[in-house]
Design a protein around this ligand. Sequence first.
Ligand code: NAD
Length: 280
Amino acid sequence: MAQDGNFWSGAAVVTGAGSGLGASMVQRFADAGMAIVALDIDGARAQETADKVKAAGGRAIAMGVDVSDRAAMMAAAKAAEAEFGSCNALCANVGVQQFGALDSLGEAEWRWVLDVNVMGVVNTVAAFLPLIRKADGNRRICLTASSSVLLPGERIGAYVASKFAVMGYGDVLRLELARENIGVSILYPAGMETRHLESSQIAKPADIPGAVMSQEDIDFMLSSRNLDTAFHVATPEHATRNLLADMAADLPYIVTHGDYRNELIERNEALLAAFDRGQS
Ligand SMILES: NC(=O)c1ccc[n+]([C@@H]2O[C@H](COP(=O)([O-])OP(=O)(O)OC[C@H]3O[C@@H](n4cnc5c(N)ncnc54)[C@H](O)[C@@H]3O)[C@@H](O)[C@H]2O)c1
């Protein structure tokens, strides 16, 4: 199934396609023979991704668009519809990082993270779901969450809260679209060798002061999560190696890699214990 390319047809839309995980997702869909709609706030990088697909003989368009801007996302969907008519795969993949202890983050920083990471996903699905509904063939949506939902850490609280929202949104979207045979998967990458911190800093609005991270924040985050980064950090290509097969199989959750199995068991056991106490 899937990886052979037979499962996939039509166009794939990817946000954050100008870099890292999004660019790798594009490559996977293009390799499966799909046309590509590459979206990124950095239009030049999105164009580079599309040009690479076209250079290899594929079809692709690129647009510079901010996922937190609902009107701009609607316009992007109109342009994609004009080009390809519909889409069969949608990856709402953008997320920005803002480090900082919870009591140190200002309202503007919170709103930025929630606007991009949560409303950006909501806007992406709102804009492109009509094109998914129009498509013949298999239809799938993937939302990028993060391993930090399954293994929270200090100094990344706004990000963790935003990715929990992505998970909640995705779980309900999956229920609501199942009767239309539109599969929804939630993706949990662990650390990746990407431009995430750099691109978050660039994308951060100029009127919100401060850096997205400090070395002290990184140190706190790493020590609170007790990670072996050698296992926890991978390339985006490694993180997407099973993406198309897992989406085709309609898996609700896709964990790409990471070093937190024991912590995941502990957390789920704590939840089950709480549940059991509630039965007595
Ligand atoms: N890198 C990691 O360690 C890591 C770990 C877990 C999850 N993730 C998640 O993976 C996803 C992809 O991140 P990545 O690691 O590939 O980073 P990346 O920086 O390589 O790619 C992210 C892209 O999103 C774009 N972007 C940022 N703000 C945007 C906006 N408002 N509208 C449109 N585009 C915007 C950036 O320009 C960039 O090209 C994100 O959701 C991130 O939270 C990353």
